[in-house]
Design a protein around this ligand. Structure first.
Ligand code: AMP
Ligand code: MG
Length: 315
């Protein structure tokens, strides 16, 4: 697996691989994606195999323009408003599939819906425009583990390597997209992200918080492990216990800090890289993370931290 810098030649090569049914990892503004042609069953099967992802967990389809959506799904007026305000950007919209949608049914994991987003990253956009096909692209890590926010993180994170990893540096947002289900009368946030409920409501009116049923716990009160580092994680820690790697937030002393200035956007961008670093140091037996305010993107940070700290009961 080679990590390469983007150039017109590399984008053309990536497009050839993708059209041929192979996988390419590329940067988006959220995390690195493991991309495959969403219209080819065999390419989509390779994504599930490379991640060890349960086949019931559907994938997000990435598009190169708002106008691509009409051929894939059944967008409504709320889609138009949201796409105008938030696309390209970290907002995934779940809609009904068109009856003649070219998207592989495996992408939808047996549902009659499809999740679509238009990424805001020049490399992702250039690849989509060169392939001219929608790409399924979940995070480029093994299922349930920490998402990659730098090209070199893709290296240690997959069961089968992709043909290429394109290096776009550190991801700007650093957390996965907000997922909004538009098939409900009142839209439901299935996964919090950097685009907040308040921002969505300003665009389309009432929005509810819900549970992503593909990754939700089957027992009430339980929490499904996801985004998990190798080490156990302790939340809302004031200080480290002996043997713990302490990750601070705001003006506290220590080598590791999500954002010394207490900036939540910066904390989101640093979260996964710091969890990975604490793991890889091989110096600690656990990680302790300081409290993060539950406002704005802090809601998404705390969602990832709670799942990362949950009992490790899944792959
Ligand atoms: P990932 O690709 O790992 O970023 O995860 C995509 C998320 O979007 C998962 O949590 C899925 O459950 C959710 N998702 C994707 N497609 C659908 C769909 N058709 N209906 C509901 N949720 C979906
Ligand atoms: Mg993921």
């Amino acid at each position: 697996m080679s990590i390469v810098s983007p150039s017109p030649e590399i984008i053309a090569e990536a497009a050839r691989f993708l059209r041929g049914g192979d996988l390419v990892a590329f940067p988006t503004e959220t995390v690195y994606g493991l991309g495959g042609d969403a219209t080819q069953d065999s390419a989509v099967e390779k994504i599930y195999a490379a991640k060890g992802r349960p086949s019931l967990n559907p994938l997000i389809v990435h598009v190169g323009g708002r106008e691509w959506v009409a051929g894939i799904a059944e967008p409504d007026g709320r889609f138009d408003k949201l796409a105008r305000v938030f696309w390209p950007g970290p907002l995934t919209l779940v809609m009904r599939r068109r009856a003649d949608s070219p998207i592989s049914k495996i992408v939808s994991a047996g549902r009659d819906t499809v999740a679509v987003r238009m990424p805001d990253h020049p490399v992702a956009r250039d690849i989509l425009l060169a392939v001219k096909r929608p790409l399924a692209a979940p995070s480029a890590n093994t299922s349930g583990k920490v998402s990659p926010t730098r090209a070199e993180h893709v290296h240690d994170g997959l069961i089968h390597p992709p043909r290429l990893v394109i290096d776009g540096g550190a991801c700007r947002v650093g957390l996965e997209s907000t997922v909004l289900d538009l098939t409900q009368h009142i839209p439901v946030i299935l996964r919090p992200g950097s685009i907040s409920r308040e921002q969505l409501e300003a665009a389309i009116g009432e929005v509810r918080e819900g549970l992503d049923d593909a990754t939700a716990p089957k027992a009430p009160g339980a929490l499904l492990s996801h985004y998990a580092p190798g080490l156990p994680l302790r939340l809302n820690a004031a200080n480290p216990e002996p043997g713990e790697c302490f990750i601070g937030f705001g003006p506290v002393s220590g080598a590791y800090n999500l954002s010394p200035a207490g900036n939540l956007d910066e904390a989101a961008a640093n979260l996964f890289a710091l969890l990975r670093q604490a793991d890889n140091l091989n110096l600690y037996k656990a990680i302790a993370v300081a409290p993060v305010p539950q406002t704005g993107i802090g809601v998404a940070i705390n969602d990832r931290l709670r799942r990362a700290a949950a009992p490790r009961n899944t792959g």
